[in-house]
Ligand binder design. Structure first.
Ligand code: ATP
Ligand code: MG
Ligand code: MG
Length: 381
């Protein structure tokens, strides 16, 4: 019996544990909170990732370790990797934890990125704005997620407000200024690389964010084949450069028909949740297969899929479950504003069928605003 250890016990660990059950896997989750929702399905070690006693207990009870959370301290990942196999490797994790290291790697590999500059002081912020221009976004290099740790600079005079907002964090997590991209679409590649170097990617996904948080994902994204091939080629090049093993997501902006890379998530990703019902093999199963050295599963789609995130609180499931292709995921979390508490996936054999399902669901749940952009895209906008 193989036990997979997961650092981080949120919904991603929870869905990994659910996907691993048919494979006969056991799981052990480590999290800093005993309330972490994966704990409803897997035994837990509760403790700080820097606590060698807790991490040592975790290491002694697992055959292989992985992450549901990229902000596990890189030195803790390295300490663990001296004791058990860890995938993805700690170097890949460290790169993806730091927007500067990540963007530098993208650029070195010839993957286009928005203009960027590091910012360590108030003076450097002025210099960065002069170099990158405005509008731009000041971001923390490390520890940001769901759009947290970001400040939009509309005009150069916003520098003072940006520094007041994020300057206090410059010493601890570092800052980076990035050009604002007036993108036409946001896309992601969700892909998996096996221990033997085998690589698979799911069809491209289009994503819509509200206030920096993912709201809806549509797959396959309606983009021309050349663009999709380029995006997947970028993902493959990155995975090979990092000797990455497991599932990851590459977030991209599409502008004037070209692609600019935003960030890489070194784990299963919210924009790949549709793969559970929408593809032959889910991202969660393929992540486990990769980490365990098993053959990767086929990533072909089963119909057209749209995932809707539930933020703050869960809606009533009844209307959505009444749809033929309606699937519900409640993460078992308590409600809290801005928190990802669940999602739903609607799947249909044709784009027209998906439009009909989205429209009736949007109406029934009062979520018209959430489904409208997806419906517009499916109608060919
Ligand atoms: P995640 O939850 O995806 O990890 P995050 O906090 O790491 O989010 P980003 O992905 O960098 O942050 O930004 C969140 C969203 O903000 C993006 O998906 C995009 O909609 C918008 N955004 C970020 N950077 C830019 C940019 N340079 N130009 C335009 N929009 C941007
Ligand atoms: Mg991120
Ligand atoms: Mg992101």
């Amino acid at each position: 019996m193989t036990t997979v250890g997961i650092l981080g016990g949120g919904q991603l660990a929870r869905m990994m544990a659910l996907a691993g059950a048919p494979l006969g896997l056991r799981f052990l989750v480590m999290d800093t909170s005993a309330e972490a929702c994966a704990g409803q399905f897997a035994p837990m070690v509760v403790g700080d990732y820097r606590d060698e006693q807790a991490l040592g207990e975790f290491a002694s009870r697992v055959d292989v370790a992985t992450f549901d959370f990229e902000n596990v301290p890189a030195e803790s990942a390295r300490w663990l990797a001296d004791r058990v196999p860890v995938f993805p490797n700690p170097r890949a994790l460290a790169i993806a934890q730091d927007r500067l290291a990540e963007k530098t790697l993208f650029r070195d590999l010839g993957i286009p990125v928005p203009a960027f500059a590091t910012v360590d002081s108030r003076e450097e912020l002025e210099a960065a704005i002069a170099e990158v221009g405005a509008p731009s976004i000041l971001k923390t290099r490390r520890l940001g997620y769901d759009g947290k740790g970001q400040f939009r600079i509309r005009v150069a005079a916003d520098a003072q407000a940006a520094w007041e907002a994020l300057g206090p964090q410059a010493a601890s997590v570092g800052l980076i200024l990035e050009a604002f991209v007036p993108f036409e679409r946001e896309l992601s590649v969700v892909a998996a690389r096996a221990r033997d170097g085998g690589f698979v990617a799911w069809p491209l996904t289009e994503n819509w964010h509200v206030d920096g948080v993912l709201s809806a994902s549509l797959a396959p994204a309606a983009v021309e084949g050349g663009l999709a091939r380029t995006a997947i080629e970028h993902a493959r090049r990155l995975a090979e450069a990092m000797d990455y093993v497991g599932v990851f997501a590459l977030e991209l902006f599409c502008r004037d028909g070209g692609l600019l890379a935003n960030e890489l998530a070194p784990r299963v990703h919210n924009s790949g949740h549709w793969t559970i019902e929408g593809s032959e093999t889910s991202q969660f199963e393929n992540h486990l297969r990769a980490v365990l050295g098993l053959p990767l599963g086929d990533t072909r789609m089963v119909g057209h899929a749209c995932m809707l995130n539930w933020i703050g609180e869960m809606p009533d499931p009844a209307m959505l479950l009444a749809q033929a292709g309606g699937h519900w995921h409640d993460y078992g979390k308590t409600s809290r504003p801005g928190r990802k508490v669940g999602h739903a996936t609607l799947r249909a054999p044709t784009p027209e069928g998906l439009v009909a399902a989205l429209e009736s669901t949007g109406r029934a749940l009062g979520r018209g605003g959430q489904v409208d952009p997806v419906v517009a895209r499916l109608r060919g906008a």
